[in-house]
Design a protein around this ligand. Structure first.
Ligand code: NDP
Length: 462
């Protein structure tokens, strides 16, 4: 395959050919409903974490709401009263969360890894930042450490779930403090980028593009190593607690442990594909991403494992559980290979592709001589592999996995399905944002691509 002009080694041509990228990189547009939407999302994101915890602890995991208009205030006072009474940070919660963050920082700083160059950054005169992709090694070191501590009874992972309530607030505070520090330091170091001038919106979307702590790209670090690793350890902690309480790990608990392991593992093993993605190239590191990486993803997405812990036995039965495991593995296969096909196609195009033997390497993850569409922009668009059938089939697979997390909790309650509802809304919004951006970037070539691959989520249906 011929290499694209936007190769990392070809910065002058990059500047000339991708002035469109540069224009888009500087263009300020209000997304997420602008400043009002940002305030709404900040409030919602805090509230939902507390609400889900109160529901599981005090309402048996049921939806609960004010009985009428006049009850709204007393209802809120009660919810926040419970939070204030039981969920303020403790020495233990700060120790657990702080130790986890510290270990992740040290591993990211000192473990050798694969060096990958990102795309030339328009706002830094086409400079290419280097990324030390050592997440997979850090991930296995961390897993071994936890297993060692657990096996030799030095520290039990169950203490994480035992401290869940104060941990929520510790994570919320940590995420907010870090967001404020990052926002102010972007001004102090003159690293602000694509600012709207509205502080609320800019704080929400972020001020700096690629903030670094020594050699660590904080945005990539948090996306891969904090959110998904913490989610997995929270779920594993629920499994350990279940084992300590009833002497076994239920099939339903096994399903969520497997699901969260696969997801966290996929993020770590695919870290080297991330430096050339839109998230790194374009998205700034603001409150939205910081909060959801440091607090939202682990503490909201782990609802199912805590639900299963509290509602044993779920009673799905062997047949349904087997179906769920098979469906989970199939959905994961599509999710993993679709992401791998596109990311590795892009890496080959940018000249950053490196074959890695990280587990699991699935068949059809890398396409040999795939068909693609040339564009005026210079980038190529893949129209082969999964991308022959639907443009966002990996979103569908991800949504199916989210549904399986919910189904592993049975059908008696709605809240285990909150995640799949939330995820569906979020991913559709993400699709619309991406569609909008790609239309702008590729113009009529994007329309051509959409004609060649007309389906978005489900082949031959939509
Ligand atoms: P994509 O992986 O679909 O990336 C979109 C970008 O890929 C486009 O902007 C374009 O960028 C490039 N692209 C699109 N189509 C093609 C093509 N045919 N050929 C080559 N390049 C193409 O989206 P995301 O980054 O949103 O998602 C990645 C994964 O992460 C998904 O599986 C998603 O489900 C998951 N995810 C999960 C979340 C969660 O909370 N659980 C949150 C967000 C995502 P360009 O042309 O500029 O290279």
């Amino acid at each position: 395959m011929k290499r694209n002009n936007a190769t990392p080694g070809n910065e002058d041509q990059y500047k000339q050919k991708n002035s469109k990228d540069s224009l888009m990189d500087n263009e300020v547009i209000y997304e997420f409903g602008g400043p009002i939407g940002a305030i709404g999302l900040i409030l919602f994101s805090h509230f939902i974490m507390i609400y889900l915890w109160v529901s599981l602890e005090f309402h048996d995991g049921n939806v609960f709401y004010p009985s009428g208009f006049t009850d709204i205030w007393p209802w809120l006072v009660r919810v926040f009263g419970l939070w204030y009474q039981y969920a303020l940070p403790t020495v233990e919660s700060v120790k657990i969360y702080g130790t986890f963050i510290l270990i992740e920082v040290l591993l990211a700083m000192f473990i050798p890894g694969l060096k990958i160059k990102g795309l030339p950054v328009p706002s830094e005169n086409g400079k290419q930042l280097e990324y030390n992709c050592n997440a997979i090694h850090s991930w296995y070191i961390l897993l071994s450490l936890v297993i060692f501590l657990q096996y030799f009874k030095i520290w039990s992972l169950a203490s994480v779930i035992d401290n869940f309530a104060p941990l929520i607030t510790t994570a919320i505070l940590g995420a907010n403090i870090l967001s404020i520090i990052l926002y102010i330091s972007a001004f102090l170091t003159n690293k602000t980028h694509r600012m709207s001038g509205n502080h609320i919106y800019d704080f929400f979307m972020g001020a700096s593009l690629n903030p670094r702590f020594f050699n660590i790209d904080l945005k990539m670090w948090a996306e891969v190593r904090v959110s998904w690793a913490l989610l997995f350890f929270l779920t594993l902690s629920a499994a350990v607690k279940q084992y300590e309480t009833i002497g076994e790990i239920s099939a339903e608990m096994f399903i969520v442990v497997l699901a969260h392991f696969l997801y966290a593992n996929a993020c770590h093993k695919g870290e080297h594909c991330i430096p050339t993605t839109w998230d790194i190239f374009y998205e700034k590191w603001g409150w939205m991403i910081i909060y959801w990486n440091l607090a939202g993803v682990p503490f909201v997405y782990s609802f199912q494992s805590r639900f299963i812990l509290k509602h044993h036995p779920i009673g799905n039965g062997a047949f349904l559980n087997t179906i769920l495991i098979i469906l989970l593995l199939l959905a994961y296969y599509v999710f993993d290979t679709a992401n791998a096909q596109k990311n590795q196609f892009r890496m080959i195009e940018y000249g950053t592709y490196v074959k890695r033997n990280t587990f699991p390497q699935l068949p059809w993850g890398v396409l040999e001589n795939p068909r693609y569409l040339n564009t005026e922009h210079g980038n190529k668009l893949l129209i082969d592999g999964w991308y022959r059938y639907a443009r966002k089939i990996h979103y569908t697979a991800d949504t199916l996995m989210a549904l399986i997390w919910g189904l592993s909790c049975g059908y008696s309650h709605f809240l285990p399905f909150f995640y799949v509802c939330f995820f569906t809304g979020m991913i559709i919004h993400r699709y619309l944002r991406d569609q909008h951006r790609c239309k702008k970037k590729y113009g009529k070539d994007w329309e051509k691509y959409c004609k060649i691959v007309p389906y978005v989520f489900i082949p031959y249906i939509y």
